[in-house]
Design a protein around this ligand. Structure first.
Ligand code: GLN
Length: 303
């Protein structure tokens, strides 16, 4: 059922949809990418991998990395539940509106505000947050060469006024402890992590495998926590398009403004796609449609 040929056919069948949407430029460096890239990788929990297209080209995974931060913060045993909710927001990823209503408690950890609280926890609890983050991502992906894209990180640091506003607003409610510059540095580096779809699919594999890293045979998370993180991805991973993604694709997943999407079919596989042009809710336009055609073809929605 899984094969490179099927991926190629499904991608070709997308027709004009392959070119729908626009590359994000609000982080100037993201605008430098060739919009015509497309890559997809699927890795089963038994260790088989299938790829098509630019599966070995690294790109900026942006908000997909919020899942890594959340997994690490769960590992810290932090009392996250009191500081970040688990409800879909129905709003955009960088919205400020709900924070006022909810007294500085973000609706969920997939929003920028929620991820910034998760990053605050990591900055407070870890000795070297950036190094430990890379160590974690290298372990779960099996790729020791993964790193930050310094140009992307610096580009976002120079222009991330909205994220700074979110941080300071939450600080006014007592929900942020780390100094602004330190927190922004960590958050922007998190978002700047560069991976290929092959590496991304491998790195999400433990979430399809009850928290056990198939590469090491060791747990990255308890099975209950892995299930909960999948639930958060399902309900919140695509912001105000989370319902649409569940409706069209039917897998827990997470998108990023670099055009990447990682998704899991618990008990079966993880899959990553990359296509830099985004739809109007800032999720990869062709990526989402490719995954829709994949789960339709494979009759593989978790629903
Ligand atoms: N670094 C981006 C930001 O904070 C991440 C957003 C995203 O990928 N949706 O704006």
């Amino acid at each position: 059922m899984y094969s490179t040929e099927i991926f190629e056919q499904l991608y070709t069948k997308l027709g004009k949809a392959r070119f729908g949407g626009k590359v994000a430029t609000y982080i100037p460096e993201l605008g430098c990418v060739d919009p015509n890239h497309f890559g997809v990788s699927l890795t089963t929990i038994k260790g088989e991998s299938f790829h098509y297209g630019d599966h070995d080209v690294r790109f900026s995974i942006q908000s997909v990395a919020k899942v890594f931060a959340l997994v690490m913060a769960e590992g810290c045993g932090a009392e996250l539940r009191k500081r970040v909710g688990v409800e879909p927001s129905g709003g955009s990823f960088n919205s400020l509106i709900q924070l006022e209503l909810h007294k500085g408690i973000p609706r969920n950890p997939m929003l920028n505000a929620g991820a910034l609280v998760v990053c605050d926890v990591l900055c407070q609890q870890l000795n070297s947050p950036k190094e430990e983050l890379l160590e974690f991502v290298r372990r779960i992906s099996g790729s020791p060469a993964i790193g930050f894209n310094e140009r992307v990180a610096q580009s976002e640091l120079k222009t991330g006024f909205r994220n700074e506003a979110l941080v300071q607003f939450m600080r006014s409610f007592g929900n942020i402890n780390t100094k602004l510059a330190e927190l922004m540095d960590f958050y922007c580096h998190l978002c700047s992590i560069e991976m290929s779809t092959a590496e991304l699919a491998q790195s999400f594999n433990f979430l399809a495998n009850r928290g056990i890293n198939p590469l090491t045979g060791k747990p990255e998370l308890k099975p209950t926590t892995a299930r909960r993180i999948n639930a958060i991805m399902q309900t919140c991973g695509f912001y105000d398009e989370a319902g649409e993604f569940a409706f069209r694709v039917g897998l827990p997943g997470k998108s990023g403004v670099g055009g990447g999407i990682a998704a899991v079919h618990p008990g079966e596989y993880s899959i990553a796609v990359w296509s830099p042009r985004l739809g109007d809710k800032w999720n990869s336009y062709a990526g989402m449609r490719f995954l829709e055609s994949w789960t339709s073809y494979a009759e593989d929605s978790i629903f």
